[in-house]
Design a protein around this ligand. Structure first.
Ligand SMILES: Nc1ncnc2c1ncn2[C@@H]1O[C@H](COP(=O)(O)OP(=O)(O)O)[C@@H](O)[C@H]1O
Ligand SMILES: Nc1ccn([C@@H]2O[C@H](COP(=O)(O)O)[C@@H](O)[C@H]2O)c(=O)n1
Length: 252
């Protein structure tokens, strides 16, 4: 293979290594199963590959990057009238810095998000040391171009909207103590229109679309196999990559 192949590897310092951490973006509508898919990928990588190699997988939620609300915004949030599905609801700068820090091998601190209080809870912070694989999941992880470009693999969880709504209703009642009329009002007025305007158009950036989310065991198995293949050391040649579209064999 001659020079043209090198052009698809702009982010790699050395062709002997896949990026570490290997950063995977997982987008999809609310309650599509993003977290569940991430947990399955993590579980399977742990079972099949990472234990042998003493490596680590980390899942990060975009929800940790919701902006702090003003008093007025907080009042609206309590009534289900604040738009948490709009890109402006997120601190995109902090998201970018955090991901860049992780890529640089730095330790990062992530506050858990409290959906009842509508704010981050610094008391339950997760400290993330360097990992081999980082799964970053959220409704708008592919929305911001600079963030989107950091991913080495992009997945979109594509689940039927009726199923998502029914899961969302249950989740909001059981885990977030919300009332049905407020949940449905927020969904119809804010969640659904924002999904159509901001989240769904990012599906085109995905390397792999996963219909039916975590039910799709074949898709998840193939994704896990692909990650294992990319990360496995090879004696004769090593596959080097920037994203799934540009896997090339190392020139001999
Ligand atoms: N394939 C599935 N079958 C049944 N329930 C599921 C499935 N995937 C997710 N769920 C449930 O739906 C809810 C939302 O799933 P979750 O993974 O948290 O979605 P997201 O991270 O996209 O918001 C959770 O209660 C989860 O247990
Ligand atoms: N205080 C908040 C913050 C977010 N939401 C909703 O969460 C959804 C994103 O999380 P998923 O796990 O479902 O992807 C998003 O649709 C927001 O409407 C909220 O209701 N309250």
């Amino acid at each position: 293979m001659t020079s043209p192949a090198w052009g698809v590897l702009p982010k790699l310092n050395t062709l002997d290594k896949v990026p570490r951490p290997f950063l995977i973006g997982v987008a999809g509508g609310t309650a599509s199963g993003k977290s569940t898919v991430c947990s399955k990928i993590m579980e399977q990588l742990g079972q099949n590959f990472l234990l042998e190699n003493n490596s680590m997988v980390t899942i990060i939620s975009q929800d940790s990057f919701y902006r702090d609300l003003t008093q007025e915004e907080h009042k609206r949030a309590l009534k289900g009238l604040y738009n948490f599905d709009h890109p402006d609801a997120f601190d995109a700068d902090l998201m970018l810095t955090t991901l860049k820090d992780l890529i640089a091998g730095k330790r990062v601190e992530l506050p858990a998000y409290d959906y009842v209080l509508h704010k981050r809870s610094p008391s339950s912070c997760t400290i993330i040391n360097s990992s081999d694989v980082v799964l970053f999941e959220g409704i708008l992880v592919f929305y911001f171009p600079e963030i989107r470009d950091l991913f080495n693999m992009r997945l979109f969880v594509d689940t039927d909207p009726d199923i998502r709504l029914s899961r969302r209703v249950l989740k909001d009642i059981e885990e977030r103590g919300r009332e049905l009329d407020q949940i449905l009002n927020q969904y119809v007025q804010l969640v659904k229109p924002a999904f159509e305007e901001f989240c769904l158009p990012t599906k085109k950036y995905a390397d792999v679309i996963i219909p039916r989310g975590a039910d799709n065991v074949v898709a998840i198995d193939l994704i896990v196999q692909h990650i294992q293949e990319l990360m496995r050391p090879s004696k004769t040649s090593r596959r080097s990559r920037n994203n799934s579209d540009s896997i090339v064999e190392r020139p001999h």
